[in-house]
Each structure stands twice: as C-alpha cells, then as structure tokens.
Design a protein around this ligand. Sequence first.
Ligand code: AMP
Length: 360
Amino acid sequence: MKIGVIGGGQLGRMLALAGTPLGMNFAFLDPAPDACAAPLGEHLRADYGDQDHLRQLADEVDLVTFEFESVPAETVAFLSQFVPVYPSAESLRIARDRWFEKSMFKDLGIPTPAFADIQSQADLDAAVATIGLPAVLKTRTLGYDGKGQKVLRTAEDVVGTFAELGSVPCLLEGFVAFSGEVSLIAVRARDGETRFYPLVHNTHENGILRLSVASEDHLLQTLAEDYAGRVLKQLDYVGVLAFEFFEVDGGLKANEIAPRVHNSGHWTIEGAECSQFENHLRAVAGLPLGSTAKVGESAMLNFIGEVPAVDKVVAIDECHLHHYGKAFKVGRKVGHATLRCDDMAALELKIQQVEALIQG
Ligand code: AMP
C-alpha cells in the first residue's frame, strides 16, 4: 500500500518509520527542498496548491493523509475527487480554524474558555469589555507553537493589538489560570472503533512543548475520553486526533484539537504497545487498531534549536533518541528523546539527566 502524506516534516518522517514495517510505501508532498521525511519515501517537491503534482500524487497512492492541518481547503477538495483522504476535508476545516473549533466544543457541551470572534479592533475592544482581562488574542488560523497569539493583561495591551497580529480574523479567549495542561491522543478507525492513550501532562516553554509525561490512571481520563469521543463521533473522524485540555478546578477545559499525530504522543513509539504513528496508519488504511496500553513509565523531551551530543544522549540507559535531521534554527523542533523506566521516581532522575545535557 502506498500512502500519500501532505507535508514532509518530522511527523511524516515518523509516520514512514512506523509504516514501513507494515509493508507501506510513502510519497510526501512538500515544497521544502530539505523536507526531513524525504529520505524515507518519494518527495514531490511542489506547492500545496500545485494541481499537477496533486494529481500525480493522487494517481500514485492508495490514500492521502496529512501531517499538518493548515492545508488549503482547495487542496483537500481537489485530492478528494481522485483518492480517499483521511481525516476528512470537514475535520480539517473545523480543526484548522479556532472559531469553528471552539464553536463545535460549545455545541457539544464541552467546557472551553469564553471566546469571541474578532474581525476588527472595534470587535476586540467590545469583546474585552465582555470577557475581561487577562485574555488571549489568537489568530483564527495558522497559529502554532505559541505563534500568532498575544496575552492581553492591561488596557494598554489591547491598543493596536489587532493590527499587531496582522489584521487577520482572530479569536479572543478568556485567560485560564490552569493548574496543568494535559493532552489525550485518540484514534478512530474507519468502522468507528475508538481507542485512547493515557492522558499526558505537558509543560511548555515560550509556547513550545518542552516535556510530556504519560500519566498513570489519571483521575480525568474518563472525562477526557468522553469529550474527545463526542468530537470524534461528530466529525466521523478517521485517524489520530490530539485533544489539548487545561486542567482547572478539578475538571477540564478544551483548548484545541489537532487532526493528526501530535508531539505530545511521540512517547508512544517506545512507551506504548502500538505507537500513535502506527495506529494512525492502521486507521486510515482500514486495518484493525493496535493496543494503546502503555509499557512502563515514559516521558518525552523535545530538543529545540539543536540536538545535544548524540553519544551523551544515547549513553543514558533506556533513553531513545529521535534526530529529525533538520538544520539548527532557534525555536525549531529538531529532535526528541523518549525516556523509559519502570517507576516514576527513576523517570524523574532520567529527565534531569537529559535536561542537564540540553543545558550543556
Ligand atoms: P495554543 O496554541 O492555543 O495551544 O496555545 C499555546 C499555549 O499558550 C498553551 O499551551 C497554553 O500554555 C497557553 N494558552 C493558550 N490559550 C490560553 C488561555 N486561554 N489561557 C491561558 N493560557 C493559554
């Protein structure tokens, strides 16, 4: 089976690493000459709107999936005429736009911060008067790793902020004083079977995910599964979907969903019976899903900007390095390590060892 992937970054690379043992081949559509998934399959180097290359991709593969959600709607619509596309165009339409996403949470009875659609500075001023400060202004689309958003704490912060974010459609959200951030990685098969991985605790730095720790019997697991299950059913979703929540007052508030494999699920490569990457491929290919049970305790640490000395990382027992082969760049995710242990105390020590390498 040949899988077409829109995007050729590290998520595409890890999809190919998971799918190759299943007998799958891959073609990546990505305009970047140095797309890091390219060595693992065929690289169609073209823009996402290039219909000739989209047609070529559709002709060559059995199905198409995505490694990022900001794909133009026309690209998805065009491909869908010729080849099965998972997740669906509708799932991407909702997930890539914060307004549609939050409106869906509200319609499904899933708690989420107060929010308002912002099309102008006047809209922003009016929404601040209703929602109050602090609040967060986010672009409706194309935001990632804390980009395209600004925390508004004082009245002065509000002045001119719509223009500062590019005068594009935005969403104003109430600021959530959360006690923690967790994510749930879910997978839904073509026949509707749904499985969930254990909730993951996430720590961000400057808006970028730094550390994910898979949790043991989290009290909010059932609630998170209930909320995610509603979304998966609503979208008739196929594939892996990541659901990010704020933990607040002993409950959950939905932050956002990602219609793809997710950074906070990378630990599943070594830490679960079947990884998020393999389960995504199983789902889209119509294969039975694999077990989402975890194997011991696991944590994932991102390498941002540069990867520490490889010999030092791999010298740590049960520390699994994933080097994406990308060039150094401030703020860019260039690799990660998964740490495995039998107990949480030992895992904490291992996290500190890798942190020390990162700090150099
Ligand atoms: P996002 O791109 O929406 O996931 O936001 C990136 C990070 O900003 C989140 O992981 C939170 O740490 C923080 N953040 C986003 N929205 C809010 C909010 N409404 N209240 C407090 N912190 C937020």
